[in-house]
Design a protein around this ligand. Structure first.
Ligand code: DMJ
Length: 688
């Protein structure tokens, strides 16, 4: 028989069917056909054999790709014994088991993607560690091409097309990343200290009304000498400050009349808005009233805090928001007024926030139930926002220093250490982090706007709070991050040369988009420069001030939009533009905050004039009968589309920074002695 005969015989499916369907006994028949097939196969030219193998492989891959994810999952559930599947499938199996971790369930994950894609987004390092934890009989099972180390070919990479251009934080990337990764149990603390810390943490959670094993009151009585002393403020001294105080009083009156005890005022409908049920507007406004010299208003707010602020309701709250607004508000009121009641409340709240830190990695969960002493990841994602877990440190540290109880500072220092140890992109961080694994989400956006902003702010401010030590990781990370901003995120517009900070979508694709939130940066950069940071920071700060101001005055209302875009080249009609869906203004403070730092640190009154222009724009477009409202559209003076919400940061931050900006005494708050938290609450600077 010639080779070609064999080819003709063995490759014809009809022939194969004929052999297997003949009258010979089944065993013999199979042996015969197997031998004949093998012989025929061996006689095929190598290139034909390769072609056939490639064809079969392509067929199998196509089949797998078109099978829906749930079919894949059920397939593996049925067929795969433990350790007998490719590693990504086995991990998927673990994921689907809701008992694997109390905070993970299939519903929470919503992971209906094929297992391959889920596996593909896990980090290389993580993937490698996971493989090493698998049972050793996998190899014997013969189904796994087992990687031995962390070599390039062992790394499963996400295909570019799977993520490119996907910028929706609630979109497919979130689903893809609903993957539990291995837990990093490493800690820089020695084992005994770790378990001491854990015991202290659990003790504080079990007894929210105690400090260091005794009642909060008793504990604070014993440390009487260290308690805060009241600061003196003289009230408005000029017309502009008086106008700001009037704006505050108008806001407060509306809140008092229509929303007293609730979180926020809805000034158009003249009703209230509840978020956490913690009287946010009252607690957030305490120090503003104290600084403005509004004694009556301060006292009525104080009485409400004393008699009505309770933390035992079973309700999920956001750790970050409650920390910066309520814990920060109480601590600041305590330090400014010297009233110990605020510290008592802050201590109880601090204890009730601690369950967030009971995570495998030490990176806190985003949501905590104050009444139930439980915490979990956000409902929509397994990840916490990076800015949120890194913007609680000033407050927790201050609580420890004020009460002489170290646990609050210990838990946030641990977060600092964890974040410091993670790989970054030129010092810049992805905007999502997993509290279970302690790792950043792969391919997450890098931004100095939403979910990234105050990571950078708190690096500098924590360093200032703790006495500005040389070679401190906080300041080293800050300097590296600002270098990253300068080299990776900063751009100029083509015609008018406006400097702006863009974003890196998926961690690498530049997008010329800047949130209004980013306009806190010039103020922080200037504060850093004042404290010894390089001149490049100052130059960027100045340029950013100009750009942020443009985002206001280029709009017909002279109010900035939530998000601005910038021309990449001359084909774009305008150098700065706003898309219709981004045209809202929420009464945010960031640019006013930066104006305040520029005035306070330079004494240049030009910044006051810039602020006055903006203050008048708020008066014109946002003021309504019962307060000040957010707007839906800053692009049309005749159609501003009032949104009917006055967020607590209007009274806490925006009006406070306006008031301090217009002060005749630019050191009304001495920035050598005080550091503002992210919600505009001044806290004392410590010597170490
Ligand atoms: C405030 O709650 C804080 O300033 C926070 O850091 C960012 N968002 C708002 C104000 O815009």
């Amino acid at each position: 028989m010639t080779k070609s005969d064999h080819v003709a015989l063995t490759l014809s499916s009809a022939s194969i069917a004929g052999i297997t369907g003949g009258g010979v006994g089944v065993g013999d028949e199979c042996n015969l056909s197997r031998k004949s097939l093998r012989r025929s196969w061996n006689q095929l030219p190598r290139c034909q054999r390769n072609l056939i193998i490639m064809g079969i492989t392509a067929f199998c891959v196509t089949l797998l790709l078109f099978l829906p994810g749930d079919q894949l999952i059920s397939m593996k559930d049925v067929h795969l014994k433990p350790g007998a599947a490719p590693f990504h499938m086995r991990r998927e199996n673990t994921l689907q088991n809701p008992h694997h971790h109390p905070n993970l369930s299939p519903e929470k994950h919503g992971n209906d993607l094929p297992a391959e894609i889920s596996a593909a987004v896990a980090s290389p390092m993580t993937e490698d560690r996971f493989i090493k934890q698998e049972p050793s009989n996998d190899k014997a099972a013969g189904n796994v091409a087992y990687p031995e180390g962390n070599s390039a070919e062992n790394v499963v990479k996400l295909p570019e097309t799977a993520v490119a251009g996907n910028e929706n934080i609630n979109g497919p990337i979130d689903i893809v990343n609903n993957v539990e990764q291995p837990i990093d149990r490493e800690s820089s603390l020695p084992i005994e200290e770790q378990s001491d810390m854990r015991a202290e943490l659990e003790e504080a959670i079990r007894h929210p009304f105690n400090l260091a094993g005794e009642s909060i009151d008793l504990h604070l009585q014993k440390m009487q000498t260290q308690l805060a002393k009241a600061q003196h403020f003289h009230g408005a001294t000029n017309e502009r400050q008086t106008a700001v105080v009037a704006a505050f009083k108008h806001s407060w009156a509306g809140y008092k009349k229509y929303a007293w005890g609730h979180d926020n005022l809805k000034p158009v409908s003249q009703t209230s808005h509840e978020w956490f049920g913690l009287g946010l507007s009252i607690v957030d406004s305490l120090d503003t009233m104290y600084i403005m010299g509004l004694e009556d208003e301060f006292n009525e707010a104080r009485d409400w805090v004393k008699d009505s602020l309770r933390f035992h309701t079973s309700r999920d709250v956001n750790l970050f928001e409650v920390t910066i607004r309520v814990l920060g508000g109480l601590l600041s009121a305590y330090h400014l007024s010297g009233d110990q009641m605020f510290l008592v409340k802050a201590s109880e709240l601090g204890n009730r926030l601690l369950p967030s830190f009971l995570t495998p990695s030490g990176i806190p969960y985003s949501d905590v139930n104050l009444g139930e002493s439980s915490a979990h990841s956000p409902k929509w994602s397994p990840d916490s926002s990076t800015s949120e877990v890194t913007t609680i440190q000033l407050e927790f540290r201050d609580l420890s220093r004020s009460t002489n109880v170290p646990i609050y500072e210990s838990v946030v220092n641990k977060v600092n250490e964890k974040i410091h140890a993670l790989d970054k992109t030129h010092g810049l961080v992805p905007i999502f982090i997993n509290a279970n694994t302690g790792t950043f989400r792969n391919y997450a956006t890098i931004s100095l706007g939403a979910r990234g902003d105050s990571y950078y702010e708190y690096l500098l401010k924590q360093w200032i709070q703790t006495g500005r030590k040389d070679n401190d990781n906080l300041i080293l990370d800050y300097m590296q991050a600002i270098d990253g901003v300068l080299t990776q995120l900063m751009r100029r517009t083509p015609r008018e040369n406006w400097v702006y900070i863009g974003e890196l979508i998926n961690g690498h694709d530049f997008k010329p988009k800047m949130d209004h939130l980013t306009c806190y940066l010039p103020g922080t950069l200037l504060l850093g420069h004042q404290n010894g940071m390089p001149d490049s920071h100052l130059l960027l700060a100045r340029d950013m001030m100009d750009t942020c101001y443009q985002t206001y005055i280029k709009q017909p209302t002279q109010l900035a939009a939530e998000i601005s875009y910038f021309a990449l080249n001359e084909k774009d009609e305008n150098d700065i533009y706003v898309k219709p869906n981004d045209a809202h203004n929420l009464l945010r403070p960031e640019f006013i905050e930066s104006l305040y730092y520029f005035y306070a640190l330079t004494g240049n009154r030009t910044y006051q004039d810039m602020g006055w222009t903006i203050f008048q724009a708020f008066e014109k477009h946002s003021k309504v009968a019962a307060g000040y409202t957010s707007l839906g559209n800053v692009k049309n003076t005749l159609n501003t589309r009032m949104r009917d919400l006055m967020e607590s940061f209007w009274m806490s931050e925006t009006l406070k920074y306006f008031y301090l900006l217009f002060s005749d005494n630019r050191k009304e708050i001495d920035l050598e002695k005080w550091v503002f938290n992210s919600e505009g609450h001044p806290l004392p600077v410590y010597q170490q």
